[in-house]
Write a protein that binds this ligand. Structure first.
Ligand code: NDP
Length: 449
């Protein structure tokens, strides 16, 4: 662990005292504070007026009951969350996660990260995040719809085009966004398309939003590789997860000449030395909603399914964690380094533990933190808001072009900021400082908020 600046130690202590039992939130705050020592050495005014303390405190946290009825007629209860973290740059913006592990600490870590990520996009969006401990796995469409309607019945009081604009995340894709938007529209008797992003194309969604996070991460890694005269061409790539981010990461990696040999879900991973057949993964995950084990069962010879194993055991040139937080540990990082990994691009939020990041950086592995590398999703969500506001609809090419430019800019901003603060090649430091300075400047200008 990096030593904290002595002015920042009490800040972290206070965050720990006020947020007990929230290890993911503390981990995310600590990582940003570790980068800020160099900022306050250069610009001590940022340590004044409790600015950093204020940035670590969400503006508003909403926790609510979500009652709904399952297919057997039983009443079920889940807990809903929306953490409106920071609105200095624009309306709160960030996804909704449905997963049994969701709690307020996880939503806070995601909202905190989102604030800096959104700043890095250069677009006018604040940071927020939401979700529920509802588990959509094994639930019928009708159950998911009733849950989404009940969730939105409460959430609708707190969101709006100019207030807070949620989107998808783990367990929330096109189906769930559709049900939630439908309920919002009924409740408001008003067609406010810009209140949610990740919508379907038939009712105000943006082309390229589905692909944006995975494509964006791949573009970021492409820029990072180019700094060392490298590219995806001919590289062996491992991607964790097999959801939205993983699928479109695999797709873009393939387009750029890389071969993805393994992907996973929470039960295990599949290895296919001929390159993962993406059409089959899409069929299994997006249409049938089945487990990744099906891949090996359908493909047969030449493919392997390893139940319960970690995908990071598979040797690769480039690793792209795209499942969930803390899925890549120090042990995994050591193995990847031993196997010759040259670059890591985080599609998920905080997938690498602090230990793992340290190991990659010490070994000279190029490391792209999620805060910067997975910002393509929210950036394209902001483009969706822009299209909704102007009642326009852009082509796929036009939207993807904007995404590619935004990702290149984020890459360059992180690289230049790291250089300026004396740590060339440290994208973690670059992303944290560039995101922080952007939010801090806006907050200073707005008075004590
Ligand atoms: P999906 O629900 O579409 O897919 C998640 C994938 O990760 C699934 O394959 C899932 O497997 C796996 N996974 C989830 N939890 C775990 C776990 N505890 N252990 C192992 N595997 C797990 O989600 P997304 O693809 O949308 O999100 C993936 C990551 O990307 C998250 O960290 C999210 O916050 C981040 N992200 C997403 C964005 C987006 O636009 N969607 C934008 C920016 C970041 P299983 O089905 O078995 O649970």
């Amino acid at each position: 662990m990096t030593q904290l600046d002595e002015k920042l130690e009490p800040v972290l202590d206070e965050v720990a005292r006020r947020n007990p039992g929230e290890p993911e939130f503390l981990q995310a705050v600590r990582e940003v504070l570790e980068s800020l020592g160099r900022v306050i050495a250069k610009r001590p005014e940022y340590a004044d007026d409790a600015l950093i303390e204020r940035i670590c405190e969400p503006e508003r946290q909403i926790i609510f009951r979500v009652p709904w009825i399952d297919d057997k007629g039983r009443v079920c209860i889940n807990r809903g969350f929306r953490v409106q973290f920071n609105s200095a740059l624009g309306p709160y913006k960030g996804g909704i996660r449905f997963h049994p592990s969701v709690n307020v600490g996880i939503i806070k870590f995601l909202g905190f990260e989102q604030t800096f990520k959104n700043a890095l996009t250069g677009l006018p969006i604040g940071g927020g995040k939401g979700g529920s401990d509802f588990d959509p796995k094994g639930r019928s469409d009708a159950e998911v719809m009733r849950f989404c309607q009940s969730f939105m019945t409460e959430l609708s009081r707190h969101i709006g085009v100019y207030t807070d604009v949620p989107a998808g995340d783990i367990g929330v894709g096109g189906r769930e966004i559709g049900y939630m938007f439908g309920q919002y529209k009924r409740l408001r008797n008003s067609y406010e398309a810009g209140v949610l992003t990740g919508k379907g194309l038939s009712y105000g969604g943006s082309r390229a939003r589905t692909e944006a996070t995975g494509y964006g991460n791949t573009y970021f890694v492409q820029s990072m590789l180019a700094t060392q005269d490298q590219s995806f061409d001919g590289k062996r790539v491992v991607v964790s997860g097999s959801g939205n981010v993983a699928i479109y990461t695999m797709e873009k990696v393939g387009m750029l000449g890389g071969t993805v040999v393994a992907c996973s879900d929470s039960n295990g991973y599949v290895l296919d030395e001929n390159g993962i057949d993406l059409d089959l993964v899409k069929e299994i995950k997006e249409v049938r909603r089945e487990r990744i084990a099906e891949y090996a069962r359908i493909k047969g010879t030449g493919t392997h399914y390893i139940a319960g194993g970690t995908v990071w055991d598979v040797p690769c040139d480039i690793a792209m964690p795209s499942a969930t937080q803390n899925e890549l540990t120090g042990k995994d990082a050591r193995k990847l380094v031993r196997n010759g990994v040259m670059a890591v691009g985080e599609g998920a939020n905080m997938p690498s533990t602090p230990d793992a990041i340290h190991i990659f950086q010490q070994a000279g592995v190029m490391f792209a933190p999620g805060k910067a590398a997975n910002a393509g999703g929210v950036a394209t969500s902001a483009l969706e808001m822009q299209q909704n506001a102007s009642r326009d609809s852009w082509t796929f090419e036009q939207t993807e072009q904007r995404l590619a430019t935004i990702m290149r800019n984020i890459h360059d901003t992180c690289a230049e900021t790291a250089e300026e603060y004396g740590a060339p090649g440290d994208y973690v430091l670059g992303a944290n400082i560039a995101g922080f300075v952007c939010v801090a400047e806006a907050m200073e200008a707005l008075g004590v908020i």
